[in-house]
Every structure is written in structure tokens, then in C-alpha cells.
Design a protein around this ligand. Structure first.
Ligand code: MN
Length: 718
């Protein structure tokens, strides 16, 4: 018996009196017009599908915009004469946005099925970031397609089913829509793992008579125990667990279906949190709990807000069973999640108090904003969708939520980006452990960092969270870029010798702008990277640059001369050598330095720790030992940029600038920004010497909530 639109409208009226029935009918008629004459694979008129989708949305108590979108979600894809503009003109912007978001991109040329899927998912996610209802409509669409999957050929069934298990069920879970997630999982399991599904279904059906007897008896016993203890207004539900969750348990514990005893579960729904703990006490007093199975998600809710107490106990006959305890509100939220909070204002964009949803959307934003390749995008989305159900603790007892497969390196990055970037090892439960070690829930992990620590490429082989992977890749990319920039600079300098033109002259050449633009480089750095990575030959570039102005340039370059010594550096063995301070590391008075002789520029002074020093050291004949003249300490103020990594809290910037003033230091520039749970502050200070700088760094380091202070090579606020 097909659903009637009037019945759905009646259903909607029950939860939303303000619903506009005429609008819903208008959308229904438009959908009927658009799908006129089309059939589903089941042989039914196509219109059955959008009506079913609307009905599923009504089960979630969706608002009118979502209901209309459900009715119209396939009109563009299936009827070429209808455009998104038509939908917008008739039903408004919001509906058009949702319908546009769920409409697949039309087949691109030369693109594989996989590429199309990723492109469509990307589109869906981007649209969801503006309106959560996009993904809700998509989930309702997917649920009805899964319910009618039997009509598709087996190869298509499997593709859709896998996608449902990997993408859509986890999204439903993220949104806290427990009922929807379970149905998607059961259907997805049935079609993607046919043999396993049938095996488990058969085994469970053989136990069904025994199980329902057991459930009935135990349910009564639990009810009696709770009543005797004076707990009121509770409800006890008993059930056989879902087949997909049994399958996951088998896989995780590597056991066969005969070894599955743990397939019965009870739920005690109470009026108050106190009663949940009361019921837990009663259950644990009556039956022996199974060690390691107790989980208090009330005290520490899951990331999607899921709250319940879980425990497993053993009955007198040896039969294990699970018991969950939760309040009525928690129950409602666990079953319907988002829909339990749906709002009916005209501008409703999901919930306002949508903390768990916004956590997920935050992940999606990161994935959208980072311009990453398609396969990384998919991996990242899937990883972020994996439930995070493991609590790892810092030595100070702060819990950090991670997904199951997380390793020490994931934990380090979850604590702070800088902790990750500088980590060199970890202690788990007090024992030194390799970074690739997989963690267990409840582990106490201490990350060991070093000033000299930095990410290595092989970390990518065991980092599991998208956060860690993203941060490691970002670091490596930047490092590569810096290396190429430096290399490009050297190559250009080298090539310049042939033309007797200094690097400085090259980089300030009047033709540079035009040449950059012509060759498609956004800035000088892009040019240097291209040179450094051998994508462009310095010789070609320079010849091009100097084509018409060679004459003028070569004469000018001779007039350039390095800065004269002001006496603050003593060059051992050659007192009146000219020198200048290296731009790459900007040494300041009093610190360890080395000098390099550079043709045309005299002596360049680098910090001994400067990364360029090891590069120049290939030509030891150009190296000069130098030290600062203690007697002639100059009054030069050295501008130094500091990068400060902190927790993100109010007043952090004020504390930092306060410290700077306290130490009589000039603050030349500053900028702070919050990045989720982390803060990042840049300041430029004027210091007189290295002692002054060290004192300042130490003082800032001691401010509460400061993780790390780094002296930057760059001199600019970015
Ligand atoms: Mn559809």
C-alpha cells in the first residue's frame, strides 16, 4: 500500500502545528510533474521514492524546508528540463541550496566511478557546511535506497552497501541519530558481507527461543530488584543485539560465531542520573561484572554527546549480558539525536546548541579548507567519521579523546601541534615506548619533546588521525619549500657571478615583476622554489631577466658595497674586514656566530646554529672564525621575532605583552590568533643582546598556558 501524501502531512501536523500544508502539497505536485512517466527498478512509479524520503524526514520531525527538499531532491537529476533556478523561483533559496547539494555532478569525461563519488561527496559536504539539512535529506534518501536495494543488480548493491557502512552510517552516528545509524548498518552489512551476515543471522535465529526466554526472565528480575530498591518510573528493555555489532565484535576479538555468547542486551531507562548509578550498583551487586567492560559515558560523554553507562555481567548459568543505564532525555537524544532538537523557525539551520554536530562540522571545514588531493580527502573524511571512543590521559590526568587505532604520535598532536612537532619519544604508563605504539583506552601517556625534534616522513606510516597526518604533512611541505627557496637563492647567486650581478640586485631588478608575471609566478618565493626544485634553470631565468639591461646592470652592481664594520665584531686574524649580518638568521650581539666570505658582499655573519651554516661549510675555505668584541658593545637594538604557542585563553596576549614591558623591552609589533584549542602569538621585540633575549624567552615560557616560545628566522609578522 503506497504512502499517501495526506497521511504524511497529518503526521507532520502532529509535531509541527505551524507547518504549511499547501506548500507541501505544491512540492508534491511539482515532484509528480518532474518524475512523470519515470519508473524505479522495482517497477513502481518513481514518485514513490521522494514520498518515502519525505516520510523518513517526517519521522525525524523535520521542518518544512527539509520536507520540501526531500520531495524535490531528485527532480534536477532526473528531469533535464528542470533547473535549480526553477526550484529556487518556486520554493526559495534554502530548498534550492539543499536540492543542489544532494544533486550529483553530471558525468565528467574520463573520470572513474571513484573520482565521481569523491567529487559528489565533496560537493555534499561543502553544501552541508552552510546548511546541515543537506546531509539530513541525503541520509533519508540513502535510507530509502537501502531499504529497496534488493532491486539493484548485485555489483551495484555491494558498492552502495559499502559506501553506506563507510560513509553514511558513520555520519548518522556523528549526528547522534542512533536509530537511523542502526538501520543503515544492518542493511549495509546484509549487502556488503552476504556470507557473514547469513552465518550470523542463522546462528542467532537458532538461539532465538532460548534468548527470548532468558530476556523475559532477566527483565522481570531487574524490574523487581529496582522496585525493591525504591527506584521509580523506570523502564527496562531487553533485546538481541544487532547483527552488525555482533559481526564487529567477532572481527575485533577474532572469534567465530560459535564463540559469540554476548548477544543479549538490556537497557534501563530512568528518571534521573542518580537512578542510573543506583541501578548500576544493583546490577553489579546481583551479578558479577566482566572486567574491562564497564564504561561511564555519562561522566565522560562521547564526542557525539552520547551518554549512558555500559556494563556487562554474567548470569548464574554463565550467560553474559550487557546492561545500559541512561535517563529518558539521554535515551531520546541517543535515538534521534539532532531531530530531538530540531527547530521550526523559518531560518532553522539544524540546532543552535549543536555542540556534537559542530565538532564534526569543524572537521569537515578543515578538510574543505586544506587544499588536499582526493584520496587524502576521502581517507581524512573516513577517519574523522570513525568513532572516537578511547580516552587517553596526560600525566596530569587530562583526558584526550582519540579513535581506536591512534598511536603515540596521534596523542602528541592531539595535545598540541608543537608537542607533536617536537616530540622524540613517549612514556606509556611510565615506560619508554616507540612513537608508533598503538594506545589502549585508559593509557597514561607522557610525550617527550626536544628543542631539536622535528617531524619525519616515516611518521606518516603510523599516524592515524587526520589531525596528526595533516600537521606532519604541513610541516614537511613547508620544510621542503624552505629548502627549495634557499637552494634557489644559492643557485641564483651562483649564476649571478657570471653576469657580475649580486643576488640583491637580481631580486630588486626592475624587470623582475614583469618576468614573474609572464612566467606565472605569484611572488619571488615561488620563483626561488621553482629554481631550487630544478623546475626552472637559473641560467635561463637570468638570461631572460637581463636581456635588455645587461649593460646597465653590470656597471651598477659594482657600486653596491657591504656595510662597514662598526667595531662590534672582531674578525680574528683580519681586523678591518667588512661584514654584514645574515638575513636568514639575524644574529644578535653576544650569541655564537660564524662568518662566511661571500663574493661581492664581504663577510656575512651567521648564527652558529643557522641551518645555512652547514650548507656553506662545504666550502671551508670561505669560513671565518669570528667573535663579538666585548669592549665595544654596541647600542644597536636588534629586532627579533618570537612565535609563542599557547593554550587559547582570554588574556594570554595581555600576559605576554605585560612580561615584555616588565623586562624593559620595546614591543615593536604583535599579533595573536586563536586556532580552536590553541593560541598562537607573534611578537617582534627590540633586544640589545643575547642575554636580554634569553631572559625574555624564559619569562614568557613561564607564563601559565605557554607551551613553547620560538625565535623566528623571519623578521615579519605574518
Ligand atoms: Mn533519491
Amino acid at each position: 500500500m503506497p504512502l499517501r501524501i495526506e497521511d504524511i502531512i497529518d503526521k507532520v501536523k502532529k509535531y509541527n502545528q505551524g507547518s504549511d500544508s499547501d506548500l507541501l502539497k505544491k512540492a508534491y505536485l511539482f515532484s509528480a510533474y518532474a518524475h512523470e512517466g519515470q519508473l524505479r527498478r522495482s517497477g513502481e512509479p518513481y514518485l514513490v521514492h521522494p514520498i518515502e524520503v519525505m516520510n523518513i524526514l517526517a519521522d525525524f520531525k523535520a521542518d518544512d524546508v527539509a520536507l520540501v527538499s526531500g520531495l524535490l531532491h531528485d527532480v534536477i537529476e532526473d528531469n533535464y528540463s528542470i533547473s535549480l533556478n526553477d526550484v529556487e523561483n518556486k520554493f526559495g533559496k534554502d530548498v534550492a541550496h539543499i536540492v543542489g547539494g544532494v544533486t550529483k555532478i553530471s558525468q565528467l569525461q574520463d573520470s572513474s566511478r571513484e573520482k565521481m563519488e569523491i567529487a559528489n561527496l565533496r560537493k555534499l559536504i561543502v553544501a552541508t557546511l552552510d546548511d546541515l539539512r543537506v546531509i539530513i535529506v541525503k541520509l533519508a534518501d540513502r535510507l530509502h535506497n537501502m531499504r529497496t536495494l534488493e532491486f539493484l543488480p548485485p555489483d551495484k548493491q555491494k558498492i552502495k552497501a559499502m559506501e553506506t557502512l563507510e560513509i553514511y552510517a558513520p555520519i548518522a552516528y556523528r549526528l547522534g541519530m542512533g536509530i537511523l545509524k542502526t538501520e543503515l548498518e544492518e542493511l549495509g552489512f546484509q549487502y556488503s558481507y552476504k556470507r557473514e551476515y547469513e552465518e550470523i543471522a542463522k546462528a542467532i535465529s537458532e538461539k532465538r527461543v532460548y534468548a527470548s526466554n532468558f530476556i523475559e526472565k532477566k527483565k522481570e528480575e531487574i524490574e523487581n530488584l529496582l522496585t525493591e530498591a525504591g527506584i521509580k518510573g523506570f523502564e527496562v528493555q531487553g533485546r538481541i543485539k544487532h547483527l552488525y555489532s555482533i559481526y564487529q565484535k567477532m572481527k575485533m576479538q577474532d572469534i567465530s560465531v560459535e564463540q559469540v555468547y554476548d548477544y543479549v542486551a538490556f537497557r534501563i531507562i530512568t528518571n534521573s542520573i542518580m537512578d542510573c548509578y543506583g541501578a548500576l550498583g544493583i546490577v553489579h551487586t546481583r551479578w558479577k561484572p566482566i572486567p574491562g567492560r564497564f564504561k561511564d559515558w555519562i561522566n565522560m560523554p562521547k564526542e557525539n554527546h552520547y551518554s549512558s553507562i555500559h556494563t556487562s555481567v554474567i548470569a548464574d548459568n554463565g550467560q553474559p549480558f550487557e546492561v545500559q543505564m541512561r535517563t529518558k532525555e539521554m535515551h531520546k537524544e541517543a535515538e534521534n539525536g539532532l531531530s530531538a532538537h530540531w527547530r521550526y523557525k523559518d531560518k532553522s539551520h539544524g540546532r543552535d546548541d549543536e555542540e556534537p554536530v559542530s565538532v564534526w562540522l569543524q572537521y569537515l571545514k578543515e578538510w574543505r579548507d586544506e587544499a588536499i588531493g582526493d584520496s587524502d580527502f576521502m581517507k581524512g573524511v573516513q577517519m574523522d567519521l570513525a568513532p572516537k571512543e578511547m580516552y587517553i590521559f596526560t600525566p596530569k590526568g587530562k583526558p584526550v579523546l582519540l579513535s581506536f587505532s591512534a598511536t603515540c604520535i596521534d596523542f602528541a598532536y592531539a595535545v598540541h601541534t608543537e608537542v607533536g612537532n617536537k616530540c622524540i619519544g613517549a612514556r606509556v604508563g611510565g615506560k619508554m615506548t616507540p612513537l608508533k605504539t598503538q594506545l589502549k583506552s585508559g593509557d597514561i601517556v607522557e610525550v617527550i619533546t626536544s628543542q631539536h625534534g622535528k617531524p619525519s616522513r616515516d611518521w606518516l606510516s603510523f599516524a592515524k588521525t587526520s589531525r596528526a597526518i595533516g600537521k606532519i604533512k604541513a610541516f614537511l611541505n613547508k620544510e621542503e619549500r624552505d629548502k627549495n627557496t634557499e637552494m634557489g637563492r644559492l643557485m641564483l647567486e651562483q649564476e649571478g657571478h657570471h653576469y657580475k650581478i649580486s643576488l640583491k640586485r637580481i631580486l630588486s631588478h626592475q624587470n623582475l615583476e614583469v618576468i614573474l608575471k609572464k612566467s606565472g609566478f605569484v611572488d619571488i618565493e615561488a620563483l626561488l622554489v621553482a629554481l631550487g626544485s630544478n623546475k626552472l634553470r637559473a641560467k635561463t631565468f637570468l638570461a631572460n631577466l637581463l636581456k635588455n639591461t645587461e649593460q646597465e646592470e653590470t656597471t651598477q652592481s659594482k657600486t653596491e658595497s657591504p656595510k662597514e664594520s662598526d667595531g662590534s665584531v672582531v674578525v680574528l686574524g683580519s681586523k678591518d674586514m667588512l661584514y654584514s649580518l645574515a638575513k636568514c638568521c639575524k644574529p644578535i650581539y653576544g650569541e655564537n656566530v660564524v662568518g662566511f666570505i661571500s663574493r661581492g658582499k664581504g663577510l656575512i655573519i651567521h648564527r652558529a646554529s643557522c641551518s645555512n651554516v652547514s650548507k656553506y661549510a662545504i666550502n671551508p675555505e670561505r669560513m671565518m672564525p669570528v667573535e663579538w668584541d666585548i669592549k665595544s658593545k654596541s647600542n644597536i637594538i636588534h629586532p627579533v621575532k618570537l612565535e609563542i604557542y599557547t593554550e587559547d585563553r582570554v588574556g594570554m596576549m595581555a600576559d605576554v605583552t605585560g612580561k615584555v614591558k616588565e623586562l624593559n623591552t620595546n614591543l615593536l609589533d604583535s599579533r595573536g590568533k586563536g586556532m580552536g584549542s590553541e593560541g598562537y602569538i607573534q611578537i617582534i621585540v627590540g633586544v640589545t643582546d643575547i642575554n636580554h633575549l634569553n631572559k625574555l624567552i624564559l619569562a614568557i615560557n613561564n607564563i601559565k598556558g605557554v607551551f613553547k616560545v620560538v625565535r623566528s628566522r623571519s623578521g615579519r609578522i605574518t
